[in-house]
Write a protein that binds this ligand. Structure first.
Ligand code: FAD
Ligand code: SIN
Length: 532
């Protein structure tokens, strides 16, 4: 298949880009690939909302910029922060024009929420299901565009570059180019090639590399892993954000239900096993300190008490307001026997967001020609060492727009690459034992959770790397000898993701933002990005 614009991912980043390109270039073909169903994305699960300055009476661009820079702990790129904050408002207005509805108060103005690290109320939300509202709005708009083809159950295995034409490609090859992708079509169980002029990687996060995560099962770091295999530059992977308050359900692993930070913004209080509100011990901003601080405080309380969770107390919150703003959370808690007005909610930190990713410049170019990237898989410089809550939906829209602007200006100068070979499956056999994949996945998630979590040490990182090395060797062998499956590819990508996180963490000889290593408690004077 040939397509002008190939988009990998149907979350907010991929869909916003596809929609804009389709409007601007009605004569071009745009193909969007998604690995399961089209709305199964991190985007769909976003709760708190999208940060943006809309109330110029109390808020300002400067304040949002400052909050973002403070959260980023010295590593955010100030130029990019300014771009995202200032252009973000236009992008929010666009999605409102396309049909997204954000909650308003009785006077008809937006009911703005507040989350950790924000100095003002500036978060637009649609109850506690903001992501679903935005995802559905975009999918509805996409469905009306005749030049967009959205293909579900299409799992991208690898980017096609000169390597597939028989050339040696290394990190120092100057002009690596992307010509399209190899895709495992899960409906027909066939590997197909899609040749494109321009490719956008908008493949989302990697939370599944940990045992418990707020991310759905699709978040397996595929985009970052395939860009790394294609010798693209990957940046700041050590900065994994753990959300302080995922719902704790004893014995459960995998995707955990999120209790949005907005609940604390509206008055929810964290308490330890003794019922004591502990956040003031750790930070003057208490329950609304930035996420890295709150997550570490919870980790510390759990270690002191030897427990697997702390509690979120919502009992004193206004019932009517709670039900209006957080109906989904109320129902979920009730479904497992917790009445939030009577009982504390058990919560624990869970892997939530990858601040690093594929290195992108201010127009979303990756280091590979004709390969753009935006959304959670990209590292644009906005988040630095720690993402400010609700800045990611904003960043995804701003960079989708920038990728669109730049790529439509180039499309007519790019030709399809011909003579790309078909996928070569020679010498592979059907897998005999799924246990070889499932057990390795469990081992990976456990070692990342135990050794590369909220608090790190040099010894733990070294142990993690040794174990990753074994998993890598075994999985590569399996990959060479068996026919490709989604499960095997995801495992392989998650192992690469784990490697990139640990390697970057080992290079960072300091504690900064989300990377906290007790062997280097101070910040280094040399402020640098780790690029692999
Ligand atoms: P996603 O929405 O994750 O989409 C990724 C897409 O890539 C999917 O379609 C997937 O199928 C596809 N894909 C991946 N790999 C492949 C492959 N190999 N082949 C084909 N397709 C592939 N951010 C905020 O700003 N505000 C919030 O309130 C907020 N709340 C959150 C709550 C939760 C529970 C979670 C998990 C995240 C939250 N975030 C929030 C973060 C935010 O939702 C994500 O960062 C953002 O939605 C990512 O969008 P994306 O388009 O980059 O990726
Ligand atoms: C939340 O609603 O707490 C998540 C917000 C975010 O991750 O930005």
């Amino acid at each position: 298949m040939k397509t002008d614009f190939l988009v990998i991912g149907s979350g907010i980043a991929g869909l916003t880009y596809a929609l804009k390109v389709a409007h601007d270039c009605p004569d071009k073909k745009i193909t969007v690939l998604t690995k399961t169903v089209s709305d199964e994305t991190n985007t769909k699960y976003a709760q708190g909302g999208v940060a943006g300055v809309t109330d110029f009476l109390h808020d300002s661009f400067d304040k949002h910029i400052e909050d973002t820079l403070i959260a980023g702990d010295g590593l955010s790129n100030a130029h990019i922060v300014e771009i995202v904050v200032k252009e973000g408002v236009q992008r929010i207005n666009e999605i409102i024009e396309w049909g997204a509805q954000f909650d308003k108060d009785n006077s008809g103005t937006y009911a703005l929420g507040k989350e950790g690290g924000h100095s003002e109320f500036r978060i637009l939300h649609h109850k506690d299901v903001t992501g679903k509202e935005m995802e559905n709005t975009l999918l509805e708009a996409i469905a009306k565009m005749p030049n967009i083809e959205l293909l579900d159950h299409c799992f991208v295995i690898d980017l096609i570059t000169q390597h597939h034409l028989g050339y040696l490609v290394t990190k120092s090859t100057p002009d690596i180019e992307c010509y399209g992708v190899y895709v495992l079509n899960l409906k027909h169980n066939k590997i197909e090639k899609i040749i494109s002029k321009i490719t956008l990687l908008a493949s989302g996060g990697n939370g599944q590399v940990y045992r418990t995560t707020t991310n759905p099962s699709i978040a397996t770091g595929d985009g970052v892993a395939m860009a790394y295999r294609a010798k693209g530059r990957i940046e700041n992977m050590e900065f994994i954000q753990f959300h302080p308050t995922a719902l704790y359900e004893a014995g459960k692993s995998g995707q955990a239900f999120l209790i949005t930070e907005a609940v604390r913004g509206d008055g929810g209080i964290l308490r330890n096993r003794q019922g004591v509100a502990f956040m003031e011990k750790y930070d003057a901003r208490k329950d609304l300190a930035p996420r890295d601080i709150v997550a570490r405080a919870i980790d510390s309380e759990m270690k002191i008490d030897g427990t697997e969770n702390v509690f979120l107390d919502c009992t004193a919150m206004d019932h009517e307001k709670f039900l209006h703003h957080f109906p989904n959370i109320y129902e979920k808690c009730l479904s497992i026997g917790i009445d939030v007005f009577e009982n504390f909610i058990p919560v624990a930190p869970a892997a939530h967001y990858s601040c690093g990713g594929i290195k992108a410049d201010e127009w979303g170019h990756s280091s590979i020609h004709n390969l753009y990237t935006c959304g959670e898989c990209a590292s644009t410089g906005l988040h630095g060492a720690n993402r400010l809550a609700s800045n990611s939906l904003l960043e995804a829209m701003v960079f989708a727009h920038r990728c669109y602007k730049d790529s439509v200006s180039k499309i007519n100068d790019i030709a399809f690459m011909e003579n790309i070979p078909d996928w070569n499956a020679k010498g592979t056999n059907e897998p005999k034992e799924m246990i070889l994949i499932t057990q390795s996945l469990k081992e990976l998630q456990l070692l990342m959770t135990d050794y590369v979590g909220i608090v790190r040490t040099n010894v733990r990182l070294e142990r993690a790397m040794n174990r990753l090395d074994i998993l890598h060797k075994e999985t590569e062998q399996l990959y060479q000898n068996t026919s490709v499956s989604k499960q095997l590819c995801e495992l392989r990508n998650l192992i690469t993701t784990g490697y990139l996180i640990v390697k970057s963490a080992q290079f960072r000889h300091e504690s900064r933002g989300l990377h906290y290593n007790t062997d280097y408690l101070n910040k280094s004077e040399l402020v640098q990005n780790i690029v692999l």
